[in-house]
Design a protein around this ligand. Sequence first.
Ligand code: KG4
Ligand code: ZN
Length: 353
Amino acid sequence: MPSRLRVLGLETTCDETAAAVVQLTDEGRGAILSNEILSQVAEHAPYGGVVPEIAARAHVEVLDGLIERALERAGTRLSDLDGIAAAAGPGLIGGLLVGLTTAKTLALVARKPLIAVNHLEAHALTARLTDGLPFPYLLLLASGGHTQLVAVRGVGDHLRLGSTVDDALGEAFDKVAKLLGLPYPGGPEVEREAERGDPERFGLPRPMLGRPRPDFSLSGLKTALRLEAERVAPLTPTDVADLCASFQAAVVDVVIDRTRVALRGFRDSVGHPSALVAAGGVSANGAIRRALGRLAAEAGLRLVAPPLPLCGDNGAIVAWTGIERLRMGLIDDMTAPARARWPLDQALGTAGP
Ligand code: KG4
Ligand code: ZN
């Protein structure tokens, strides 16, 4: 196997279509040779969320062109690749089928290994692409569909310490934005509003604070915010900013408390983490990042949070996970299924429900 593995990665799990080429460097990290991404945000915005059928069609329309561009920008021919990876789940089944079938076709035609990647594992391993981080580490994975605290012990070896019992963190940001009349996706909008708002004006609850298991619950917080918004309606721009700031402050408190509990659990059951890692779209949030940085420092750890373009969904993190699995001989065959549900702690094999 060549030491400088080069893999194409396809991402179509949700509302981003992406293709990227990544190469393993001599230092054991990833060099991103190209990272093409087309967001469908504009197509879904009128509906205030992702519409699966629109997403699947949009992936079909643009994926071929994106792959061509990703190869061209990377100065790579299909025959130069060592493997072809696609996110095979979890996600919206229509989009998954588009990406995985395309990857299978390319793998067959070019006679290259296929790697069916778990999208959550791609977020989980981003810190190794960027920083070459050694295992094990504690991961806070927070996106529009997932909120988990995970001990990342190795490739395909993940221990879920806690997760959300209702909404995902990003989903809560999106719902709050919708409620306040802010555009979709809501996370960045809420953060922008929060910057000029008063975080102490509304006393919102901090669900799950102090619980011994590091789980999250966000629907009560969202409901409390809705009731406050209804109480002060009609909302002025200051009300909106103050509601956003109060919401974000509550989220930060919850995230820090839950992560601190997970860190304790990690030390008890796994050992000493090499770092605290944040991944997924919500880890783009500056207030959450800063608070996690303080928590990490307090625990004598480094916080590794990916640069903003690698926080959200993209092809480079899928390609990198392809490299990680390929070098361990973890490849898939043409029967690899697209899996709408695929828990991270089952990421070693592709068999399962
Ligand atoms: O990882 P990602 O791009 O896609 C999923 O796999 O879900 O995450 C998207 C989510 C959305 O819910 C979005 O509102 C949220 O991440 N998000 C943020 C911020 N930027 C994106 N949430 C809070 N603050 C942000 N700055
Ligand atoms: Zn994601």
